[in-house]
Design a protein around this ligand. Structure first.
Ligand SMILES: Nc1ncnc2c1ncn2[C@@H]1O[C@H](COP(=O)(O)OP(=O)(O)OP(=O)(O)O)[C@@H](O)[C@H]1O
Ligand code: SF4
Ligand SMILES: [Mg+2]
Length: 286
């Protein structure tokens, strides 16, 4: 695995905007109320933040990219975020299925993968190796069907296994480009697949899209309490950022493995101890 960042087909270097500086501030201040908030620069959590004066004066609220996002997104009728506080619960699978289902109904659909560090959409859709092309009107999505276009950083990596180790402002810059430079044309639905949690990608996508419109979020969980506990945090994130929750998907709810099949050759499930020794028989007797 390489730790080098990929060479993106960008026409201009990403310059740090006021927004990007804010993202930088958030990296050191997890209790940031957000530069768009009424309390920006005035909240107790703002004390010592390098952006305090620009937030308090309202200067930080204005990012020229917001207008560009608004322009591009004016051609998109509905924008739906797929979120979860928990990793591996099926956000990307659900996003892809939702995109296919809407496309099958004859809708014009875009699927945007903003999971910058773990983009799984290209692999899930069998699009590994496809590249994004740039034209005068912007980056062209990769089309899996005539009415289903896909955009992901996965298309821009020189090697599929390359690791992307980016800090907040750089992720913010790429998400901004995804929203301003991708030529989706007219869309009925833009489905946005996100990474787990409520991190840089979520804050960026919400800030930029709120200048335009977000119909709401679909929150994905699995039935286990460890997943639901994190998903509750995601619901709080939606509440705080004013995004309507359109629904909660309880994924993998029907996946059950009979205890009797554990240890059987066909089930492939075995218990091992810390040394790797097989303790399946012993465990099943407990
Ligand atoms: N309903 C399901 N039944 C069986 N397998 C599923 C189901 N949903 C998802 N999976 C599988 O679970 C794994 C994780 O799914 P997926 O990558 O969609 O999760 P994710 O929430 O997007 O993960 P990440 O947080 O890493 O982005 C994948 O191997 C996927 O094929
Ligand atoms: S001043 Fe406050 S609102 Fe502005 S970036 Fe800093 S912590 Fe966030
Ligand atoms: Mg995913």
């Amino acid at each position: 695995m390489s730790s080098e960042t990929p060479q993106l087909p960008v026409s201009q270097p990403i310059t740090p905007s006021a927004q990007a500086q804010n993202e930088q501030a958030k990296e050191v201040n997890s209790t940031c109320v957000g530069p768009q908030s009424e309390m920006a620069g005035k909240a107790s959590s703002c004390a010592g933040c390098p952006n305090q004066s620009s937030c308090a004066s309202g200067e930080a609220k204005v990012d020229p990219a917001l207008e560009a996002v608004k322009d591009r997104m004016s051609l998109v009728k509905h924008i739906i975020l797929v979120l979860s506080g928990k990793g591996g619960v099926g956000k990307s699978t659900f996003s892809a299925q939702l995109a296919f289902a809407l496309a099958q109904k004859g809708k014009q659909v875009g699927l945007l993968d903003v999971d910058i560090c773990g983009p799984s959409i290209p692999r899930m859709l069998g699009l590994v190796g496809h590249e994004v092309h740039q034209s005068a009107s912007g980056w062209s999505p990769v089309y899996v069907e005539d009415n289903l276009g896909v955009m992901s950083i996965g298309f821009m990596l020189p090697a599929q296994d390359d690791a992307i180790i980016w800090r907040g402002p750089r992720k913010n810059g790429l998400i901004k480009q995804f929203l301003t430079d991708v030529n989706w044309n007219e869309l009925d639905y833009l489905i946005v697949d996100t990474p787990p949690g409520t991190s840089d990608e979520h804050i960026s996508i919400v800030q930029y899209l709120k200048a335009s419109h977000i119909d709401g979020a679909i929150v994905v969980t699995t039935p286990q309490e460890v997943s639901m506990a994190d998903v509750r945090k995601e619901l709080n994130f939606c509440r705080k950022t004013g995004i309507p929750v359109l629904g909660v998907v309880e994924n993998m709810a029907d996946i059950k493995i009979p205890l009797s099949s554990i240890g059987q050759a066909h089930s492939g499930i075995r218990f091992v101890d810390a040394d790797g020794s097989d303790i399946t028989e012993k465990t099943l007797q407990l």
